[in-house]
Design a protein around this ligand. Structure first.
Ligand code: NDP
Ligand code: GDR
Length: 370
């Protein structure tokens, strides 16, 4: 039985990857942070009573900012594969917490690599580093491939740049099996609530349920290459199963504006939307509604701009070239964007129908932070 250690197991990708590896008969260990409330919602279905005889799934308290803790866990687990998914992963928030982001996302990766080296596991343990299309930042060329130069545009992107290169350096210096997956944006019903796709699908669900009037957004012109997290964790696994350690771009090759994503999400809920106005005065207005779906009316304004969601420096256009992953890994995504939007909107509509029932019965509803 192979042993995997996943940092960031409580996150979107950690949850899908843990599920995938358990289905492949791995013993899966994960590092979770101590929090004042339970933070394991996404993996609770995988929980195994630690008193059972054969343990396939085990969580360890830890943090990427704590070397001694990482060394202890890696020594105890002796993993065949480490997936380093833990990170302060929100680009906008990284402008507010730049030093912490550098520590967790940049130096955190060094701590993992160095722990494996110090413990003498370089021949045994393969390492996957969660690199990102945010490395490309300011557009140098499209589509972006493994050969495109980097120009990060946020403290998050810069921290991940360090993580990318230290992974390459340890591979070359110490002959370690360490790889970067340069993953473009990937989403799912498990996506964190403040990333743009989930913010939109939650907003649509609440608006059609009559629980929210309007969705306040930032830059609608940004273009992203969106895929499904379920497909992308398959690629992570494949990257560590090759003869040679290499870096791979994982993307769909199709890009879409935030504005069009909003239109697609509303359409899934039976609402046709049109945008009017420019820049911060742009509005999303209901054009027509499929009958019987919602109390919304044509002409109603449901999307507005709040410049507080603009970023000091923006990444305007991401579109990835997945040719290497397709040819070398045989990776092929099962979802396209319409299927992803459909799944996310349906999940959030179900969630907020439930919330509405609770609210109508006088119970507290989910928090409103965006
Ligand atoms: P999430 O934000 O959903 O999950 C991040 C995970 O990292 C959570 O489990 C979080 O714990 C954990 N974490 C945060 N800080 C620390 C820390 N200091 N020590 C240990 N763990 C920590 O991200 P995703 O699942 O979406 O992304 C996974 C990885 O892939 C991240 O590294 C991200 O930067 C990268 N990435 C993501 C892409 C995407 O589109 N989703 C694209 C490219 C790269 P907690 O639950 O306690 O907050
Ligand atoms: P991103 O994802 O920054 O690409 O990073 P996010 O979904 O936060 O933003 C995508 C684009 O949408 C624009 N935008 C908004 N974004 C948010 N969050 N909220 C808004 O209201 C809003 N309005 C417009 C943003 O400006 C941006 O252009 C994600 C993270 O998962 C990273 O960890 C990962 O590395 C990259 O994807 C690839």
């Amino acid at each position: 039985m192979k042993i995997a250690l996943i940092t960031g197991i409580t996150g979107q990708d950690g949850a899908y990857l843990a599920d995938l590896l358990l289905h492949k008969n791995y013993q899966v260990h994960g590092i979770k942070r101590r929090s004042s409330l339970f933070n394991t919602d996404r993996i609770d279905h995988l929980y195994q009573d630690p008193h059972e005889q054969h343990i396939h799934f085990k969580l360890h308290y830890g943090d990427l900012t704590d070397s001694t803790n990482l060394i202890r866990i890696i020594q105890e687990v002796q993993p065949d594969e480490i997936y380093n998914l833990g990170a302060m992963s929100h680009v906008k928030v990284s402008f507010e917490t730049p030093e912490y982001t550098a520590n967790a996302d940049g130096i955190g990766t060094l701590r993992i690599l160095e722990a494996v080296r110090l413990l003498g596991l370089t021949d045994k343990t393969k390492i996957y580093q969660a690199s990102t299309s945010e490395l490309y930042g300011l557009v140098q060329e499209v589509p972006q491939s493994e050969k495109t130069p980097f120009y990060p545009r946020s403290p998050y992107g810069v921290a991940k740049l360090y993580a990318y290169w230290i992974t390459v350096n340890y591979r070359e210096a110490y002959n370690m099996y360490a790889c970067n997956g340069i993953l473009f944006n990937h989403e799912s019903p498990l996506r964190g609530e403040t990333f743009v796709t989930r913010k939109i699908t939650r907003g649509v669900a609440k608006i059609v349920a009559g629980m929210q009037d309007k969705l306040y957004m930032g830059n609608l012109d940004a273009q992203r290459d969106w895929g499904h997290a379920k497909d992308y964790v398959e690629a992570m696994y494949l990257i560590l199963q090759q003869d040679q350690p290499e870096d791979y771009v994982i993307a769909t090759g199709i890009t879409t504006t935030v504005r069009d994503f909003i239109k697609m999400a509303f359409a899934e809920a039976g609402v046709e939307l049109e945008f009017k106005g420019k820049d911060a005065a742009e509005k999303g207005i209901v054009k027509s509604i499929a009958t019987g779906i919602t109390a919304l009316e044509p002409g109603q304004e449901v999307v507005a701009i709040d410049p507080r969601y603009y970023r000091p420096t923006e990444v305007d256009l991401l579109i990835g070239d997945p040719t290497k992953a397709q040819t070398k890994l045989g990776w092929k995504p099962k979802y396209d964007l319409p299927a992803l939007v459909k799944e996310m909107v349906a999940a959030d509509i179900e969630l907020f129908q439930r919330e509405k029932l609770l609210k109508d019965a006088g119970y507290k509803i989910l928090n409103q932070f965006e």
